[in-house]
Design a protein around this ligand. Structure first.
Ligand SMILES: [Zn+2]
Length: 356
């Protein structure tokens, strides 16, 4: 038989691990694994990894900059970075671009900006903020969002960007999203606690990465996760907790799953790859929220990923001009990392780096 395509000599990522094996493809579908296929086209993947296309479920692109972020990464660069890293589909968050994606009009603006500029498939989450519970969720549903996003806390470095929600907005959003059958993705950290600690830290001149981490303690994450889970139980809304950074947070979600709550959770590659000790040394480049935590957390997250308690790994890819990271006060630094290109390879390589 002559196949359409053979990918030869690569290290193929299969269900049970990596194997040097050739792959035959016909009509766009893998039809055989083996050796020495006859094919009309051959791709020699010597020295390369051949993996399934990754779905990166957490990406911030700035395809529209609103005059303020026009020189940020746009769709061309952002989706190219994903493709370079083995991502074939990415899910775009509704914040970082200006305006934020919170209704049908802003969603269409984003679709238009992406026209002819995408290197991979892109799906969009609709943003929910206080004040857009009057038909906007349904409007965005009709226009094809794949799910929704809401944040319980804000970013001090991104003022007036995407408003975090109060408990009432969160509860009402869950009731409305449930009717769409889609998933509500939630950034869960306690706003009052994190803001108060950050204000105190800044006011007293404690401006390092360690101070930033201290302003977003595990307790503030776990407390909010518990509250969000209780609302999901009350409403029956399907939820996903994004970028869980602590083992205590994952364990709360594991308990909730056993209790019948329809919840999944995500970890991001930077929590798996770095520890707080490294972040202290590297500085604001590694600032993100929730923050990168201690070594024991990093080890525990890997363990829970292997155990299947963490449902998926994503990048939380978000870029900014270098000047927004080159600040002395870490609280004012841009709070995210450009990870999409390296998520897959980091996950594959870190265990080797650790000798596992
Ligand atoms: Zn994010």
């Amino acid at each position: 038989m002559i196949h359409d395509l053979a990918i030869t000599n690569g290290l193929a990522i299969l269900e049970n691990g990596g194997k040097h094996i050739d792959i035959a493809v016909d009509n766009g579908v893998i039809t055989q694994l083996g050796r020495q296929f006859n094919a009309r086209k051959v791709i020699d993947a010597t020295g390369l990894i051949v993996s399934p296309g990754m779905v990166d479920a957490h990406v911030h692109l700035t395809g529209i900059g609103g005059g303020l972020r026009d020189n940020f990464e746009g769709y061309q660069t952002g989706t190219s970075a994903g493709a370079k890293g083995g991502v074939t589909t990415l899910i775009e968050m509704p914040m970082n671009q200006l305006p934020a994606t919170i209704n049908g009009r802003t969603l269409l603006q984003k679709y238009n900006a992406g026209q002819n500029n995408l290197k991979v498939d892109v799906a969009s989450l609709g943003g929910i903020v206080p004040g857009n519970l009057n038909g906007e969720i349904q409007e965005m549903n009709c226009q094809g969002v794949c799910g929704y996003f809401i944040a319980t806390c804000g970013h001090r470095c991104m003022k007036a960007d995407f408003t975090n929600s109060d408990d009432h907005t969160l509860l009402e959003a869950m009731k409305q999203v449930k009717k769409t059958g889609k998933v509500l993705t939630i950034h869960a950290e306690n706003e009052a606690i994190t803001q108060m600690l950050a204000e105190r830290s800044e006011a007293s001149g404690q401006l390092s990465m360690a101070d930033f981490v201290a302003s977003r303690p595990v307790f503030a994450e776990v407390e909010e996760i518990r509250r969000v889970l209780s609302m999901a139980k009350e409403t029956g809304c399907r939820i996903s907790i994004t970028h869980v950074s602590s083992i205590e947070g994952v364990d709360e979600i594991t308990k909730a799953k056993a209790d019948g709550i329809d919840v999944t959770c995500e970890v991001c590659v930077h929590y798996l790859y770095f520890s707080k000790e490294e972040a202290d040394r590297i500085g604001p480049l590694l600032k993100c929220a929730p923050p990168i935590r201690e070594k024991r957390q990093q080890t525990g997250l890997w363990q829970r990923l292997r155990d299947g308690k963490i449902d998926y790994v994503a990048s939380d890819h978000s870029t900014c001009p270098p000047r927004l990271k080159a600040v002395k006060n870490v609280f004012q630094a841009w709070g995210a990392l450009p990870d999409s290109k390296i998520t897959l390879i980091s996950c594959l390589m870190r265990p080797f780096r650790n000798g596992k």
